[in-house]
Design a protein. Structure first.
Length: 158
């Protein structure tokens, strides 16, 4: 075999090894783009797919400290339940099946907002629906169209 053929084979093998190493390293880092980025509790994943989500960021919720992710608002909604109910159902089924319990003492709701808090051991996951009503005049009942934003929080008591 000629030496140029051997050198060619070695070059191809080195390039192939470098490509495999690079691809393998990229796949190992796929869940986060920044290894120091915070993550929600594992049971919060996969996130509800009915909306586009922002980045996970540090957050507090009453006396809880942790992280949250907020959706892009669903705009000009005329039926809030069409956006909120599938989100709430998704997490209720998912978290109860994973051993989480609804923390009734931390639940809250009213016109334009609803929060459900789940607990497991000393950890908490909260789901929240917030509504921004458009065109409502002072001293009049709230009405749609509106924008609906979803939030998932996870953390523990301070």
């Amino acid at each position: 075999m000629k030496s140029s053929t051997i050198i060619g084979i070695i070059v191809v093998l080195v390039i192939a090894a470098a490509a495999i190493y690079w691809l393998w390293g990229e796949q190992a880092q796929a869940p986060t783009t920044n290894n120091s980025a915070p993550l929600l509790a594992a049971d919060a994943y996969p996130l509800y797919t009915g909306v586009a989500w922002g980045s996970v960021a540090s957050a507090t919720l009453e006396d809880l400290i942790g992280v949250e992710v907020t959706s892009q608002a669903a705009t000009d909604i005329t039926n809030i339940a069409s956006t909120s109910q599938p989100f709430e159902d998704y997490y209720r089924q998912k978290l109860l099946a994973a051993g989480w319990s609804v923390d009734i003492a931390r639940a809250a709701g009213g016109p334009g907002s609803d929060i459900t808090v789940y607990s497991k051991g000393g950890d908490f996951i909260a789901t929240q629906v917030s509504t921004d009503f458009k065109g409502t005049q002072p001293n009049e009942p709230v009405q749609c169209p509106c924008d609906v934003t979803l939030r998932v929080f996870s953390g523990s008591a301070q």
